[in-house]
Design a binder for this molecule. Structure first.
Ligand SMILES: O=C(COP(=O)(O)O)[C@@H](O)CO
Length: 262
């Protein structure tokens, strides 16, 4: 965490149809976002428009969990960047490991989606992550560098300023996952900072926020957010209950204000 904004988001995954999503979004509509904290939610596509309209006058950003790179056409079952934007969303999660693992997402498709999102004014939240095997064989850094460089390939300097990268080790995600140790996340993020700095250019003033995700909880959130090259977190299960997510946001807010005061 540095003196810039700290990000916290929750990915609802395939949970909360419109009725439940509207109720959850209402819980955030009167919530006072702490100073220096940027917050986002990614509801399922069928709840996107409703959640956007509940939160339209608030600082909480709303994003889709995926989209296709073409604007329209014969792509049954897909939604496009203009459709996401028309719902009122400002951001989109791309390359989540569950999409890479189960739905054929590749580095190449992530790159096409990133560029399409940017073309339509959406902020891409790009997920990268090493598998348990890659971690065991000690090639996590290589995987993350490859995923990052391909995702950002061909993106203009100006657009790089709107991108967020999220490190989510596949082995840390979900109820079978184990949260990554903070020193390991710190090491990965420091190296990742070098990778993104190489993409934007050593002399560029663009600073791409680097978030961590994977079994983030009330117990460990501050350990991650306090790390120097971690600009925030993406929360799954621990953020699905709105009251719990508000508690997590408040914890981050307290950490930010204590840093500012120090
Ligand atoms: O997949 C994610 C991590 O989920 P957890 O339930 O926190 O392990 C990430 O996208 C946040 O939803």
């Amino acid at each position: 965490m540095d003196q810039k904004s700290v990000w916290i988001g929750t990915n609802w995954k395939m949970n909360k149809g419109p009725a439940e999503a509207i109720a959850a979004a209402r819980a955030f509509s009167n919530f006072h976002l702490p100073e220096g904290v940027r917050c986002f939610l990614t509801p399922p596509a069928t709840s996107l428009r409703d959640v956007c309209s509940v939160l339209q006058d608030t600082p909480v950003m709303v994003g889709a969990q995926n989209m296709f790179w073409e604007d329209s056409g014969a792509w049954t079952g897909e939604i496009s960047a203009p459709m996401v934007a028309e719902c009122g969303a400002s951001t989109v999660l791309l390359g989540h490991s569950e999409r890479r693992q189960h739905f054929g997402e590749t580095d190449w498709t992530v790159n096409r989606k990133v560029r399409a999102a940017l073309r339509h004014g959406l902020r891409p939240l790009i997920c990268i992550g090493d598998t348990a095997d890659e971690f065991e064989f000690g090639v996590s850094q290589e995987t993350l560098a490859r995923q990052t460089k391909i995702a950002l390939h061909g993106v203009s300097q100006e657009d790089l300023g709107r991108v967020v990268v999220i490190y989510e080790p596949v082995w840390a995600i979900g109820s079978a996952g184990r949260p990554a140790e903070a020193p390991f996340v710190s090491e990965i993020h420091t190296k990742l900072r070098g990778v993104v700095q190489g993409v934007v250019g050593r002399n560029s003033s663009v600073r791409i926020p680097l978030l961590y995700g994977g079994s983030v909880s009330q117990a460990n959130i501050c350990d991650y957010v306090a790390l120097p090259d971690v600009d925030g977190v993406l929360v799954g299960r621990a953020g699905w209950d709105p009251a719990d997510f508000i508690k997590l946001v408040s914890r981050v807010g307290e950490l930010v204000s204590s840093k500012v005061a120090a």
